[in-house]
Ligand binder design. Structure first.
Ligand SMILES: O=C(O)CCC(=O)C(=O)O
Length: 250
């Protein structure tokens, strides 16, 4: 369970790291599973070429075009992940942050993220809520590091407190990433910090928190799992992408 100080930290900073949340045994088992899914090219998959971020292969047929970025629909791939994402201890923690009735969105994140050395891309500064459609941009994502995550292998960077920042549309580019050269953004970006994680650490972050990530410059694939949750009073807008998959009540 979270302490009142941890809840306050999450509310103020928009993120919280829980060290040693899951065991090495669990993380290793998920990595074995993920490697097998990669070997089989088990759909649904998002490829690096699909996201078109800096560093990504230009198309699925280009060199490196088969590089997987996300094994999607993680909740449906194995009971091991579904149970982790919907059961305790995560459930109790999410109830502390979101209230008694918490829903897992199967439409967003819900993936094993793979950051592969040769063709990984850079993710610019963004809020996850930019393409999400709920009553409020007020969801919580849970990111489990299945191995160590550092700047060298493309860990996340965050701007603490940015989930509360008021952002004008001219601060964002056409894909809703923060423009790097905009004076007001430079001030914001001065506060950016990396979030190194050890295997088994859990990062909880708000859907409005600005975050980014670099490329994986090591020889080893980085694996993480990510799920997103909403409170009972924050339903997806009918017929939107956020409403495209059934949700799971925890
Ligand atoms: O690991 C990354 O490249 C960042 C992923 C990310 O920020 C996202 O999917 O929203």
């Amino acid at each position: 369970m979270l302490t009142p100080a941890q809840i306050l930290e999450f509310r103020n900073n928009g993120y919280l790291v829980l060290s040693g949340f899951s065991t090495a045994q669990f993380c290793d088992a998920v990595v074995v599973f993920a490697r097998n899914e990669l070997r089989r090219h088990a759909m649904p998959i998002e490829y690096e070429a699909d996201v078109q971020y800096p560093g990504a292969p230009v198309s699925r047929t280009a060199l490196g075009g088969a590089t997987v970025r996300r094994l999607l629909m993680a909740s449906a791939r194995t009971p091991m992940l579904r149970d982790w994402a919907t059961g305790n201890p995560l459930k109790e923690i999410l109830q502390q942050l979101l209230g008694q009735a918490v829903f897992l969105s199967q439409a967003h994140h819900n993936c094993i993220m793979t950051k592969q050395p040769a063709f990984s891309s850079m993710t610019g500064w963004h809020r996850d809520s930019r393409y999400w459609h709920f009553a409020r941009a007020d969801l919580v994502s849970a990111w489990l590091a299945l191995g160590n995550e550092r700047a060298e292998n493309g860990c996340l960077w965050v701007i603490p407190g940015s989930h509360r920042a008021v952002i004008n549309t001219d601060q964002l580019d056409e894909k809703q990433f923060l423009k790097g050269d905009f004076p007001k953004n430079k001030t914001l970006l001065q506060h950016a910090i990396e979030v190194p994680l050890a295997q088994g650490d859990l990062l909880l972050f708000h859907s409005n928190l600005f975050h980014a990530a670099g490329r994986n410059t090591t020889e080893k694939t980085k694996f993480s799992v990510v799920f997103t949750y909403r409170s009972a009073d924050n339903s997806p807008n009918p017929n939107s992408r956020s409403d495209s998959q059934p949700e799971i009540l925890l």
